[in-house]
Ligand binder design. Structure first.
Ligand SMILES: [Zn+2]
Length: 160
């Protein structure tokens, strides 16, 4: 058995020496196959974990603009669990994004204590407002559009 394996190895080595180009081509093909499989696996992983992808993107953005701090995927997951998977501003359940309470562009850090889970809509509307400014604005909108002043035909206003 062992002798056979040695013989096979020796045979392969002879073939490699006799066919260097084919050997290199085979190596490249194997690498390409491996790369394709790896790419598929990584893509599937990203599809299954969109929050981790967003966390990574945030990290790169923070690094790019030179913000201080970082948070881990685990810290983010713990924060989301703390908010029961709901937007910290409107309570919507769904895909959550990392909102910087004090925006990075206004000197906020990328540490987890400056991060809140926010839905796409709130995060986009908050934009460069601080958490305080955005909450004040939400409270104001709430005061203007209260159920008592809205006719039943205007319920759509509440949906916004
Ligand atoms: Zn929201």
């Amino acid at each position: 058995m062992r002798r056979n394996a040695e013989k096979a190895r020796a045979g392969m080595q002879r073939w490699r020496l006799a066919h260097p180009d084919e050997h290199r081509a085979e190596g490249r093909a194997r690498y390409a196959r491996h790369k394709e499989r790896l790419k598929t696996q990584i893509a599937a992983y990203h599809r299954a974990n969109p929050d981790l992808v967003r966390a990574k993107r945030e990290k790169h953005r923070a690094l790019r603009i030179g913000a201080e701090g970082f948070f881990t995927a685990r810290e983010w997951r713990e924060l989301v669990a703390l908010y029961e998977h709901a937007c910290a501003y409107c309570g919507a359940i769904g895909p959550l994004e990392q909102d910087h309470c004090l925006p990075l562009t206004r000197g906020g850090t990328n540490f987890i204590d400056n991060i809140l889970p926010a839905c796409r809509s709130c995060n986009a509307r908050k934009h460069t407002m601080t958490e305080e400014e955005f909450r004040a604005r939400l409270a104001l909108e709430d005061a203007i559009v209260t159920p008592s002043t809205v006719e039943s035909s205007d319920q759509s206003l509440l949906a916004g």
